[in-house]
Design a protein. Structure first.
Length: 348
C-alpha cells in the first residue's frame, strides 16, 4: 500500500510500504478515508523530536472504514465507519480509569515507531488499530466527516487545553497561537463559557479564523499583546492563558499575560530543555501550570457534541484537501504556512 514516511528530518516520501497485519485479537484494520497533518508531525519533520525509526509512516488523525477485526473485538465490525483518537487506550488501567487515556499503560501513539517497536501512522491507505474496542469511536450518522475527524485530535486538544486552563463561566482567556490547536482552544474556551477569549498570532488568515470562531484577536506583529491585555483587564491580566505553539517564546508570553493566581495551560509540545519562566516567577504569581498529551479518547464524545450542534464553522479550519501522493508538498505548505495553509486533509 502507499503511505507517507519520514526518512530523515525534512525528508517525507510517498512510497510503497508493507500492509499492516496479521491482526492481534484486539486489533482492527481500518481503510483510511481521510487523515490529517498536525503541528505535532512538524516536530519530527524538523528533528526537534527524535528517535523515530527511518521510514516510519507518519500521521495520527484519521477516519475510515473497518475492513477486518481480530477475534477479541466485540464493538466494531467490518463496514463500520470509525474515528480514532491519536493514541490507543485500554479503558481499564489506572490512568484510563482516571480519564488520562493519553497515558494508558498499554497505549501507543500512531506514527511513532522506535527501535522496531510502536505503531505505524495513518497517512496511509490502511492503519492497524490495537485495543480497537476501547480506542475507536463510531462516526455518528449525519455529521460531516471532516469535522468528525477533528475530534480525534485538535478539537479534543482544544477542549483539554481550556479545561486544564481552568476556564469556566465568566473567565477571561488568552489563546497564544492560532494554528489548528489554538483555533480549537478558542472553541474549547467558549464551550466552557469563557466571557471573553483573546487570541494572539501574526498570520492574517489564522487571525481571521480566530475571529470567526469567537475570539477577539491581537496581531502580535502590530501590537504588544501584554500591553493590550493589561488594558483590557483593568491592569490585572487574564485568568487563563492557553498556549498552543510549543516554543519558549510563546510560553513566556503566555506566562506574562496572567493575573496572580491564574492558570497557564500549555498544549504545545515543548522540546526546549527548560521551562521558559523561573520557579521564583511562578511562585510570585501563585501560578497553576498544566501541560501534557491530550487524553483525546475521554474528550471525543464532548467534541462530537460540539460538531453535532453545528454552531461553529469548524470545517473552515481545513484549507487544503490533497491526495496522499502530494504529501511531501503538503508538509512544506503547512510548515511554511504557504498558500494560506492552516490544516491539510489527505484523501487516499
Ligand atoms: N498536547 C497535545 O496533546 C497536543 C495535540 C496536538 C498538537 N499539539 C501541539 O500543539 C502545538 C500547535 O499545533 P498546531 O497544529 O496548531 O501548530 P501550528 O504550527 O500550525 O500553529 C502554531 C501557531 O502559533 C503561531 N505562533 C508562533 N509563535 C508564536 C508566538 N510567540 N506567539 C503567538 N503565536 C505564535 C504561529 O504563527 C502558528 O499560527 C504544537 O506544538 C503541537 O505539537 C499538542
Ligand atoms: Zn496531533
Ligand atoms: Zn489503559
Amino acid at each position: 500500500m502507499k503511505a507517507l514516511t519520514l526518512h530523515a528530518p525534512g525528508e517525507v516520501r510517498f512510497e510503497e510500504v508493507a500492509e499492516p497485519g496479521p491482526c492481534e485479537p484486539g486489533d482492527a484494520l481500518v481503510r483510511v478515508e481521510q487523515s490529517a497533518l498536525c503541528g505535532s508531525d512538524l516536530h519530527v519533520y524538523h528533528g526537534r523530536e527524535q528517535g523515530l525509526d527511518p521510514k516510519t509512516t507518519l500521521g495520527h488523525e484519521f477516519l475510515g472504514e473497518v475492513i477486518a477485526v481480530g477475534s477479541a473485538v466485540e464493538r466494531h465490525e467490518p463496514g463500520d465507519l470509525v474515528v480514532s483518537p491519536f493514541s490507543t487506550s485500554c479503558g481499564a488501567c489506572p490512568p484510563c480509569a482516571g480519564g488520562l487515556t493519553a497515558r494508558c499503560e498499554r497505549g501507543q501513539l500512531f506514527g511513532w515507531v522506535q527501535n522496531g517497536h510502536g505503531l505505524q501512522g495513518a497517512q496511509a491507505e490502511l492503519v492497524r488499530v490495537p485495543l480497537a474496542d476501547t480506542t475507536l469511536v463510531a462516526v455518528p450518522a449525519g455529521l460531516p466527516h471532516e469535522q468528525v475527524l477533528l475530534c480525534g485530535d485538535i478539537l479534543s486538544t482544544g477542549l483539554f487545553c481550556a479545561e486544564a486552563g481552568d476556564v469556566g463561566k465568566g473567565s477571561v482567556a488568552a489563546v497564544i497561537g492560532c494554528g489548528p490547536v489554538g483555533l480549537m482552544a478558542i472553541v474549547g474556551a467558549r464551550e466552557l463559557q469563557a466571557a471573553r477569549v483573546f487570541a494572539v498570532d501574526s498570520v492574517p488568515e489564522r487571525l481571521a479564523l480566530a475571529r470567526r470562531f469567537g475570539a477577539e484577536t491581537i496581531d502580535r506583529a502590530e501590537e504588544e499583546p501584554r500591553q493590550r491585555l493589561l488594558e483590557e483587564t483593568g491592569g490585572r491580566g487574564v485568568d487563563c492563558a492557553l498556549e498552543a505553539v510549543g516554543t519558549p517564546a510563546a510560553l513566556e508570553l503566555a506566562f506574562s499575560l496572567l493575573r496572580p493566581g491564574g492558570t497557564l495551560s500549555a498544549a504545545g509540545v515543548h522540546t526546549a530543555p527548560r521551562i521558559a519562566f523561573s520557579p521564583t516567577a511562578a511562585y510570585d504569581r501563585n501560578l497553576t501550570f498544566r501541560t501534557g498529551r491530550c487524553p483525546a479518547r475521554r474528550l471525543m464524545e464532548r467534541a462530537l457534541s460540539i460538531v453535532a450542534r453545528g454552531e461553529v464553522p469548524l470545517g473552515d479550519v481545513v484549507s487544503h484537501r490533497l491526495a496522499l501522493e502530494e504529501g511531501p508538498r503538503a508538509y512544506e505548505l503547512f510548515d511554511r504556512r504557504l498558500e494560506g495553509c492552516t490544516k491539510v486533509l489527505f484523501l487516499p
